[in-house]
Structures are given as structure tokens and as C-alpha cells.
Design a protein around this ligand. Sequence first.
Ligand code: ADP
Length: 263
Amino acid sequence: NDARILQLEVTRYGQDEALVIVRDITRLHNLEQMRRDFVANVSHELRTPLTVIAGYLETLEGSGQAPQGWQRPLTQMREQTARMTTLVNDLLLLARLETSERDSGREQVAVGELMARVAQEARSLSGGRHEIRVDCTQDATITGDATELHSAFANLVLNAVRYSPAGGPIQLRWWVDQRGGHFAVKDSGIGIDPIHIPRLTERFYRVDAGRSRDSGGTGLGLAIVKHVLLRHSAEMSVDSTPGHGSTFTLHFPPRKLGTAATA
Ligand code: ADP
């Protein structure tokens, strides 16, 4: 019970000298654990009341029995409740992902199918305002957790819709080379100033908080992507030009890939 967690930092100076710093990070580690548990518990506890509220609001709105002048407030209440449900679900998912960075899942997730599914979801969010193209040159499977991988892919594609003007094309691409499998989402949207890029995967970090909220973002999407990637030994790169668009690419190492069964 008295195990300590130590962090070693080694800096080499030339051939035969090195500076070793040992830090005891036990307290920090325990505090982080408490924070994660707390967030997970609160989010979990909030789910039931939210489900009940959303259920009654929907019934009342659809019943046609709402008092005069209450239709608009009711619609707003239902929309805000849905927003809060998304936020609570994202918080819970993130807290769960953060508890372990170890490889997760042994499912063989077919990339082609996953791309078709997230493209469909993006089309429905976009309401036909964006042209969404899918280009999967060589189908493959990724070893991992299907739900987590879906979250990662979907978050990138939904962001492309959120941060692009209507009519902007969005391209989903998957290809395999000797370095592994790569999933890229390219949009022609507002783009991101390079100074923001290193911080995008921090919880609640937003370039423009108002825009993110208005478009239904929770500020947790890319933090979720980052943790899903950690659990799949994968990495993300971002290439963006303000005013022209962004490309977010996920890189999966060869040992995570398999051959997809062709239908
Ligand atoms: P949000 O829910 O706010 O979209 P994310 O964690 O998914 O949160 O993204 C963090 C921030 O990164 C966003 O608020 C937005 O400012 C920026 N961002 C993410 N994707 C894009 C994109 N495709 N184009 C422009 N900005 C983006």
C-alpha cells in the first residue's frame, strides 16, 4: 500500500555524463485519480435525472397540451437537455478512457464500414449542406475497441462539418503504406492558427468558445480522440491553414492492422 510512483528524467551530457532527476509523483498521481473518479461518478449520477427530464419534455412537447406560449421554451428546454446529455456522456467516456492508457480491445474493426458509418452520421448532422466524400483505397481492419474507434473517427468528421461553411467539401481518406494505416479528414473550413494546434487536445480548449457551443461542440471531442489513440498505439497529426481548411490525420502502426474480409 505504500508503493510510490517515481518519475525519472535523464539528460545526457556528452559521452559519459548524465543528470538524473527522480521525482516522487505519488501525490499528484493520487489527486489525478481522485479527479477522474469524481468526474466519472458525477457524470454517471447525472444521467438518470437527465433521461427523466428529457422524456417528460418530449412527451409534453409532442402532446400538443403545452400551455399557450410554451412551445418555444419547451423546445429550448429539450435542446438544452440534449446538450447536457451529450456533455455528460462525453465526460463519462473521457474519464473512463483516462483511467487506462493500455491497449484496449481485441476486436477487428473494418475501416471501410466504419468510414461509411461516420460519413452517414456527418451527412445527417450537415443536413445536406456539405459534400462528404469517402475514399478508402485499401480496406483493412484495426485491432482495438469498435466503440472507441468510432468515437475517434466520428469526432474528427463532425468537427469538419462544424467548422466548415455550407457547401465546403469534406474528404475522408484511408490508405495503407509501410508505416501503417492512415485515416485523414480534410475540410475547407475556417482552419486553425498554428499557435492553437499544440493545445487542441486539452479538455475544453476551444479556439472560439462561442462558435463551438453554437455548433453543438462540448470541447471534449479531441481530448477523447487523443485518449482513444493512446489506447491504440496511434498518433494524430494536424495540418491547417487559417481561412483555407484543416486536415486531421490518424496514424495506426502496422502491428495494429489486419486484412479486411471482402464481402
Ligand atoms: P469542440 O466540441 O469545441 O469541437 P474539440 O475538442 O472537438 O471540441 O475541438 C477543440 C477545438 O478545436 C474546437 O473548439 C475548434 O476551435 C478547433 N477545431 C477542431 N476541429 C476543427 C476543424 N476541423 N476546423 C477548425 N477548427 C477545429
